[in-house]
Design a protein around this ligand. Structure first.
Ligand code: ATP
Length: 226
């Protein structure tokens, strides 16, 4: 479904990615892992054309995404939950969900069933939500676009344990429903039981790709620092 091949991405003169390779197939949940600053967010920014790669290929359903503007990339069926949530602060929860809605299986009632807190706060401005509720809103908003591939960048970072659990529960439900997902997160204990495959980045390069069961202590110590 998504194929990222040998991409190299720069911020001005400074190179951040030196050869990232990554694949997500239909129905798969793939974890993109690596220590801080190794290039996970830059990989996602590259996929969505926010920081386009200078070299390499990115294909989604065999269509090249290279040089497409971000709005066209989103229309191909990619849904992004960005790091830092980025909800529209002065729109209500309901408006945030409806503003990007596209027809499909995910509807307002399905999203509100996944995150009942969003239904309770439907007419509240997004800026008045807690961090965890904003995160739920960001995920709900992405689902409302009915993405064929959902991309979550650090969806549980910095949240209270109880909220993290609610979000992981929702991610597990998405997995059960066969939602193809690319997931960036640091909590191995949550990711490893649900990921179909893991891709590890080190200094802007893909250094390991495999099933969670094959991620042994040597690889963890070497690339994930745990
Ligand atoms: P984290 O887990 O901390 O979010 P990450 O794996 O997502 O890290 P990136 O944010 O992709 O890593 O950063 C990869 C490299 O690119 C780092 O060396 C970082 O300093 C650099 N970088 C990121 N954003 C910029 C930017 N806007 N300008 C210049 N360099 C950047």
């Amino acid at each position: 479904m998504l194929k990222v091949a040998d991409i190299e991405t720069f911020y001005g003169p400074s190179q951040a990615l030196f050869g990232v390779n990554l694949e997500v197939n239909a129905g798969e949940m793939v974890a993109l892992m690596g220590r801080n600053g190794m290039g996970k967010t830059t990989t996602i920014r590259s996929i969505f054309g926010l920081t386009p790669p200078r070299r390499g290929a990115i294909e989604f359903d065999s269509q090249s995404l290279i040089r497409l503007p971000s709005y066209r990339i989103a229309k191909t069926g990619l849904g992004l939950v960005p790091e830092g949530r980025r909800c529209f602060p002065n729109l209500t929860v309901h408006e945030n969900l409806m503003v990007t809605a596209r027809a499909g299986e995910w509807t307002l009632s399905k999203v509100e069933a996944l995150f009942p807190r969003l239904e309770e706060r439907r007419s509240q401005m997004a800026k008045t939500l807690s961090g965890g509720e904003q995160q739920m809103l960001a995920i709900g908003r992405a689902l409302m676009t009915n993405p064929r591939l959902l991309v979550l960048d650090e969806a549980t970072e910095g949240l209270a344990p109880v909220i993290r659990q609610e979000i992981w529960q929702a991610i597990r439900l998405l997995k059960q429903q066969g939602q193809a997902t690319l997931l960036v997160d640091k909590s191995l204990s949550e990711i490893l039981p649900i990921a179909d495959r893991c891709t590890i980045l080190e200094k802007g390069c893909t250094v390991w790709n495999g099933k969670p069961a094959a991620l042994d202590n040597t690889i963890r110590d070497r690339y994930l620092g745990v």
